[in-house]
Design a protein around this ligand. Structure first.
Ligand code: NAD
Ligand code: TYD
Length: 339
């Protein structure tokens, strides 16, 4: 089976490629990645070497129709799993433009070619953030209305709607997964958990937006990969499946756990200016995926967090390599104005 994985040098898709080789010994993976600031070939170096005969890497933009067409011609894909995206809410607030190109035009380009080349399966990876925000109770279900609040989630919601249109208009068999906040090895350290770990380890101030009572439903990346795999192999065309980790935590709970792991004082926490449009709470009802796909998250948050922080502690070279130039410029710009 030939599978096109987009964004395979990013956090979740690099873990997914690793997962695929275990789940499907006869798979051939083509990893297309533009290698933006968030893409790092070192995140897949081990599998690229181990499975060299069953792996190809192409540096290209998923929104570049000519480049994608050449790829679809070269390989007859059996399936596409679309992870490639601009993924950071704060960056989308600063400059939404690349989010429109990659997340919307990129997805539409892949859908167009997948239909033209008759690719049998298309799994689009989306997010719970398309549903907007929750109050203190309740959970998102697949029939919660789409109500994105950030430029990032607006671009992801738009891509989801194109996937829906491809199914409704052309009968093209797309499946969408919407997942909650991921954590685990190889996450770019602009996101909460690795960012706070690196700051705690260096005894620097930890910038918590607002009062830190915002809640996220955390899922270990391996559980997300399993959910995507189950949806790819067992999902019903045209359907959306929610995936979550059953682990709601406030940002303060997460940040204090990281400080405790590092044996650092809670006084390092700094409450800084809140993120504009900051969603208060996310929580996923994933009972449909449980019933139809057999999806159940295996990691508890406490075990997963410890494994993740151990990974960062043991992979400081990887962290040093990815937190160079472009990353530092954005961090200076974004956090410089937050007191
Ligand atoms: P990431 O930012 O770590 O990785 C994104 C990858 O996409 C990078 O390797 C980057 O180089 C590549 N890329 C960006 N623009 C591209 C383009 N135009 N063409 C080809 N490649 C391009 O992202 P992530 O956190 O691994 O997220 C992966 C997917 O999962 C995204 O679609 C995201 O919306 C979704 N998702 C993420 C989370 C989360 O908590 N991180 C939760 C739910 C859903
Ligand atoms: P993030 O990891 O950016 O994921 P998302 O915005 O997609 O949920 O942020 C997770 C939570 O942590 C969110 O409520 C914002 C908060 N946060 C901070 O308080 N400080 C920070 O420096 C960052 C990056 C996030």
């Amino acid at each position: 089976m030939r599978i096109l994985v987009t964004g395979g040098c990013g956090f979740i898709a690099s873990n997914f490629i690793r997962f695929l080789y275990k789940a499907m010994p006869d798979v051939f993976v083509v990893n297309v990645d533009l290698l933006t600031y968030a893409g790092n070939p070192a995140s897949v170096r081990d599998v690229a070497e181990k499975y060299a005969g069953a792996y190809a890497f192409v540096q290209a933009d998923i929104a570049d129709k000519d480049a994608m067409q050449a790829l679809f011609k070269q390989y007859s894909f059996d399936a596409i799993v679309n992870f490639a995206a601009e993924s950071h809410v704060d960056r989308s607030i600063h400059d939404p433009t690349p989010f429109l190109r990659t997340n919307i035009t990129g997805t539409q380009t892949l859908l167009t070619l997948a239909k033209a080349f008759d690719v049998a399966k298309f799994l689009h990876v989306s997010t719970d953030e398309v549903y907007g925000t929750l109050g203190p109770t309740g959970k998102f279900t697949e029939s919660t209305p789409i109500a994105p609040n950030s430029p990032y989630s607006a671009s992801k919601a738009s891509a989801d709607l194109f996937c829906r249109a491809w199914y409704e208009t052309y009968g093209y068999p797309v499946v969408i997964t919407r997942c909650s906040n991921n954590y685990g090895p190889y996450q770019f350290p602009e996101k909460l958990i690795p960012l706070m770990y690196i700051k705690a380890r260096n005894a620097e101030a930890l910038p918590v937006y607002g009062d830190g009572t915002n809640v996220r439903d955390w899922i270990h990346v391996e559980d997300h990969c399993n959910g995507v795999w189950l949806a790819l192999t067992r999902g019903t065309p045209g359907k959306v499946y929610n995936l979550g980790g059953d682990a709601e935590r406030t940002n303060m709970q997460v940040v204090t756990s990281i400080l405790d792991y590092c044996n650092k004082p809670h006084s390092l926490i700094r409450h800084v200016t809140d993120r504009p449009g900051h969603d208060k709470r996310y929580a996923m009802d994933f009972s449909l995926a449980q019933k139809e796909l057999g999806f159940v998250p295996a990691w508890t948050f406490e075990k997963g967090l410890e494994q993740t922080l151990n990974w960062y502690a043991n992979n400081q070279q990887w962290v040093g390599d990815v937190t160079s130039g472009a990353y530092r410029e954005f961090a200076k710009l974004w956090y410089g104005g937050r007191q």
